[in-house]
Ligand binder design. Structure first.
Ligand code: SF4
Length: 70
């Protein structure tokens, strides 16, 4: 899977970091999301999908290996 972000939508809620701390982080100054791992390992798929689902700003886009939106 591949992860992309739209940081301009991010409101710094931090749900993504709580769900998948090895994939997402937050800027120390403004709290805006940072992408640590754009191609997470398969065992992180559930956590990444949870992060995308919980993001109140819909700032996380996940695509599957076939290029389909997850
Ligand atoms: S959950 Fe969404 S709004 Fe919150 S920090 Fe992550 S990307 Fe930003």
């Amino acid at each position: 899977m591949k992860v992309t972000l739209d940081p301009e939508r991010c409101v710094g809620a931090g749900h993504c970091v709580l769900s998948a701390a090895t994939v997402f982080d937050q800027d120390e100054t403004d709290g805006i999301v940072l992408l640590l791992d754009p191609e997470p390992a398969a065992h992180l798929a559930d956590a990444v999908l949870e992060a995308a689902d919980l993001c109140p700003a819909r700032a996380i886009l996940v695509t599957t290996p076939g290029g389909r939106p997850a």
